[in-house]
Design a protein around this ligand. Structure first.
Ligand code: GLN
Length: 242
């Protein structure tokens, strides 16, 4: 049977700022080019999620308003399933607004949007300037894989890691989680959060492949001609100044 990457996109219509949906296209293309199967399920407001039916759960970025809608729905209809998926070693990838919702909550001026509590982070909306610009981080993943991720960030939220929480990477250029902490994102097993848009995966093909490998439990993937992908990565790093 052809190995098939089964992705569940959470709120793809609401949480899709800066073309974050392009991350899904990147996964789909890199599977197709290798003759691997790809299955995409969308789970919108009110929809339940089957933790066993997917290998990777994906939540993109969004405006505070859309994030609020999704957060309430996440907590009500999807929290238990996503905790079960994470406990089972499934991948959960959150980008920007999606990253913030993986944590305990997102505190706005007059209310706190609840989070999934999959990772020990807390986000506070700052009255200070939005953290905007090109960004590059140096990443080390839990299997020892290392690499640089480059992208673009634009967030008002400052995300603070809990005591034992591991960042996704060290900031080479850009703001990262708070603008001052020197770290970016979070990772706990297969649960990964990052502020990097771009979208993230087309600019960082190595990380897309890491996700596919990990999700399929594959030791290796067939090599692809990554001339364009490498050029996109180099350009994103150049833009960040790293
Ligand atoms: N609304 C969130 C913030 O401003 C996330 C923004 C985003 O996803 N780019 O912090």
């Amino acid at each position: 049977m052809t190995p098939t990457l089964r992705v569940c996109a959470l709120y793809p219509d609401l949480m899709n700022i800066y073309a974050d949906r392009g991350n899904l296209l990147m996964l789909e293309r890199r599977c197709a080019w290798r003759g691997l199967g790809f299955e995409l399920t969308a789970a919108g407001l009110g929809a339940g999620v089957d933790p066993a039916a997917h290998d990777l759960f994906y939540l993109g970025g969004g405006q505070d308003r859309d994030q609020r809608l999704c957060a309430l729905d996440l907590v009500e209809t999807k929290r238990d399933a996503l905790h079960a998926a994470a406990a089972d070693g499934k991948l959960v990838l959150g980008v920007c607004g999606g990253y913030q919702l993986l944590g305990h909550g997102y505190a706005l001026a007059d209310e706190t949007i609840p989070g999934l509590g999959l990772v020990d982070v807390e986000t506070i909306r700052s009255q200070g300037p939005r953290l905007i610009g090109n960004v590059a981080i140096e990443v080390e993943l839990d299997d020892g894989t290392r690499g640089v991720l480059a992208g673009f960030e634009n967030h008002a939220g400052r995300t603070v890691l809990g005591d034992g929480a591991q960042p996704l990477g060290r900031v080479l250029k850009g703001h990262g989680n708070t603008g001052t902490s020197g770290v970016e994102g979070v990772r706990r097993g297969g649960v990964i959060g990052t502020y990097l848009h771009g979208p993230l995966l087309p600019k960082n093909a190595w990380f897309a492949d890491w996700l596919i490998r990990r999700a399929l439990g594959a030791a290796e993937l067939a090599a692809l001609d990554d001339t364009l992908e490498n050029a996109a990565h180099a350009e994103a790093r150049r833009a960040a100044g790293a």
